[in-house]
Design a protein around this ligand. Structure first.
Ligand code: ZN
Ligand code: ZN
Length: 145
């Protein structure tokens, strides 16, 4: 199916055609440094990726076999892509950029030996909904008075 997405500021938008219904997680230190935690990516054929706002993209050659792209304006991680190997031709996009993630399931993990105590959500962790967070943010201005 086709899936749309964008960076945080909206300068870069994309439509990915022929997306799979699975994605993978990577725990390597490069990914963790890049996105600040585990990287959850969906792999799509590069030729099926339509991108607008390319002038806002900065591509970083993160190793001799791969590149990582970010939005120059907001810093969002946009893609990870092999530049060598038989997997050349695929682009991995962070699932968090997608407007709609319905139907997607995690089916593969990489660098599992780099998984650490910060990468899992233990049972019973206290949580807040978006509505509860919004109520808290609404109190920020009152704090100044
Ligand atoms: Zn952006
Ligand atoms: Zn990685």
């Amino acid at each position: 199916m086709d899936r749309t997405g964008r960076c945080l500021c909206g300068a870069v938008k994309f439509t990915a055609k022929n997306t799979p219904d699975t994605f993978s997680a990577c725990y390597c230190k490069d990914c963790q440094r890049w996105v600040g935690g585990p990287y959850h990516g969906i792999s799509v054929p590069t030729g099926d990726l339509e991108i607008t706002g390319r002038e806002h993209i900065r591509v970083y050659k993160s190793s001799d076999f791969a590149e990582r792209a970010n939005c120059k304006n907001c810093g969002s991680a946009l893609w990870w892509r092999l530049t060598k190997s038989k997997y050349f031709g695929k682009t991995s996009i962070p699932v968090g950029l997608l407007d709609d993630t319905s139907g997607l399931t995690l089916n593969h993990e990489l660098f599992t030996d780099y998984k650490n105590n910060t990468n899992a959500v233990p049972d019973g962790v206290e949580g807040m909904t978006s509505g509860e967070v919004a109520k808290l943010i609404a109190t920020f201005d009152e704090d100044k008075k």
